[in-house]
Design a protein. Sequence first.
Length: 258
Amino acid sequence: MIPIKSQEEIEQMRLSGRLAAQTLAMIEPYVQPGVTTEALNDRCHRFILDHGAVPSPLNYRPTPQNPMGFPKSICTSVNHQVCHGIPGPRILHSGDIVNVDITVCLNGFHGDTSKTFFVGPPTSRNKKIVQVAQECLALGIQAVKPGGCFGDIGAVIELHARKNYCSVVREYCGHGIGRDFHEEPAVLHYGTRNRGATLLPGMIFTIEPMINLGKAEIKLMPDHWTVVTKDHALSAQFEHTVLMTPTGCEILTTLEDR
C-alpha cells in the first residue's frame, strides 16, 4: 500500500524538505577543487544538527558486510560513481563532477534531495550529462499529474535519456518517503505510460534519475555501498521529494516560494 499523508504530515514534510534544500544550498560554495568529500560531509553534518535534525544516511541499513550501516551523513558520488559514494579523503579536482545527496530527518520526517555539481570549469562531456540528468528530473516532475500513473514518470525520463544517447540506471529508483526514509512505492525511471499505480493526492515520493553517459550497466564496489558504471562513463543525478496534490505536483525540496 502506498501511504497517503495527512495534512499534518504534509506540513511536517514541507519542513524537512526545505531543510534538505537549505543544506544542499549551503554546501554548494564549498564544492571546489582541492576540497575533500569528507570536508563536505562534515559541513553538512554540522549544519543539519545545528538545525535540529539528524542526517538520515548515517548508520542507515546495517548489514553483515557493514554492521554499522552507511558510515557518513551524506553521499558524494564522483564522476563515474552512480550513487551512494562514501565521503572520505578523496580530493576533488577541476573537471570533476560530484553528486551530493542530502537526506535529513526533522521531527521524525525525512526530506531527500540531490544535485550534481561541476568542480571548476565544466568540460563539454560534463555539461552534457549534467544537463540531460537535470532535464530528465524536470520532465519526470512534469509527468506527475492528477489521474496519471507512476509509469508516466519513468516513460518520459527514459525517452529523453535515449534521445540524448544516454542511458538510465535500472537497479536504483525513487521511493516513497515520510516517517521512513524509504517507503512504498518504488518510482522507476523507465517504463510505459498508463502503467503502474495511479497518482493520488497525498502521496509523497522522490524522483531521482541516475543517467549515464555510456551504457546502463553498473557494479557494486567492495565497500558494499558505492555503485559505479561498468564502462567508467560519467553518471549524473538530480533528485527532489515531491507531493502529489489535487491539481498537480509540489516540490518539497526547494527554496523557491510555494
